[in-house]
Design a protein around this ligand. Structure first.
Ligand code: NAD
Ligand code: MN
Length: 359
């Protein structure tokens, strides 16, 4: 049966790179017999200017019926950033219980990394970030307003269920993908309530996976190690805030925002998962035709992998690496000279002409 996916291009370069991902989707349908139906939704800042909301009232209800969501990026100077984020991305992540944020940190062949002198070709791990609670809980507030002792309180909420869910997913993933180690980011020396609880619960899960080594490292030291010994990592497990910061660092060491994909996963399959580049709408380059579409196409590959099409995922990554071997065919951010659409067209050509290893 055909899979059904919802496509939300969003604002700025989100829409530009989504165009290229859709070209790839079309070539997969026409040449790789991918059976996929999709609908495109115009929920972005233009929509907000017309309707004073980012999502229609029945938006989540509509999305619920898809097998997966491919998202571009949002952000526009006419709408405050916290509105675009909290009215579009957050409701989707929360309603669909996408409690895993998954980010591969992999230096593709042909991509330059600031660590090339010491670690060329050794950067290849994944980050599992808790995506629904922890430090990003909308709990707290201002107290003693306009008084000398005014203060702000932001509560972090860690639940046993939440920690078990993300840790269980990380260890399952490690088992399934033949990794031998999970590294947990902690800070229980200084954050003594939530992080000690995190360590205790993650430790219990780790005990149940005898074949996987488990280590916990303080997140500050872990950040340094991402730069100094990135080859040490396989699966990195982190809370919402730590995972957010570590994954931007991961993206930087693996070659930059233009190529970094991510997945918001609902492991139970009860609701659709959402796949999106790590980058935003990049107003500084929007409309110039210079955005790198690779992060968006890689996100599409993750979507296909999630729907059980591992072979297509691998094939798209091979095609991307083939593309990267010729700098005239990629965008400026990764040292090339091509435009967004030229890059997409080249990728389509590679996929169309070169089905090597694909049955
Ligand atoms: P950004 O990711 O949009 O841009 C950061 C820098 O990276 C910019 O210089 C940009 O030109 C460059 N860049 C990003 N993607 C690129 C690509 N594909 N190719 C080439 N260069 C690329 O982050 P920002 O500037 O902090 O935010 C801009 C807007 O995007 C804001 O409104 C923000 O809220 C929004 N945002 C949205 C998401 C999302 O939709 N999930 C994520 C991050 C930021
Ligand atoms: Mn972030």
């Amino acid at each position: 049966m055909a899979h059904k996916i919802a496509i939300i291009p969003g604002d700025g370069i989100g829409a530009e790179v989504m165009n290229e991902a859709m070209k790839v989707l079309n070539v997969l349908e026409n040449h790789y017999s991918l059976d996929m139906n999709y609908d495109v939704f115009d929920w972005n800042s233009d929509y907000y200017m017309k309707h004073q909301r980012m999502l229609p009232e029945d938006g989540l209800e509509k999305l619920k019926h898809y097998d997966a969501i491919l998202f571009g990026a949002i952000g526009d100077n006419r709408v405050p950033d916290d509105v675009t984020v909290w009215e579009l991305i957050m409701p989707i992540r929360k309603a669909f219980q996408q409690y895993v944020n998954f980010r591969p940190v992999k230096q593709l062949k042909g991509i330059e990394s600031p660590l090339d002198n010491s670690h060329r070709g050794q950067i290849d791990f994944v980050i599992m970030r808790e995506n629904s609670e922890g430090e990003y809980s909308d709990s707290g507030g201002l107290m003693f307003q306009n008084q000398e002792k005014e203060m702000a309180i932001q509560n972090s909420i860690f639940t046993k269920q939440g920690i078990n869910n993300i840790a269980g997913f990380a260890f399952d993933y490690a088992t399934k993908h033949h990794y031998s180690k999970v590294t947990s980011a902690t800070k229980s020396n200084a954050i003594t309530h939530t992080m000690k609880f995190w360590d205790r619960e993650v430790g219990k899960i780790a005990d149940a996976y005898r074949d996987i080594d488990y280590e916990k490292i303080y997140v500050d030291a872990l950040a340094a190690k991402f730069v100094q010994q990135p080859e040490e990592f396989q699966v990195v497990l982190a809370s919402n805030l730590f995972g957010d910061i570590l994954s931007d660092l991961g993206s930087a060491v693996a070659g930059g925002l233009g190529i970094s994909p991510s997945a918001n996963i609902n492991p139970s399959g009860a609701f659709p998962s959402m796949f999106e580049p790590v980058h935003g709408s990049a107003p500084d380059i929007a409309g110039k035709g210079s955005a790198n579409p690779i992060a968006q196409v890689w996100s599409l590959a993750l979507l296909l992998e999630h729907l059980g099409k591992e072979d297509l995922h691998d094939h798209i990554l091979q095609a991307i690496e083939e593309l990267l071997s010729d700098k005239t065919k990629v965008t400026k951010d990764i040292g090339g000279t091509a435009s967004t659409s030229e890059t997409g067209d080249e990728l389509v050509k590679i996929l169309r002409d070169n089905k090597v290893g694909f049955k």
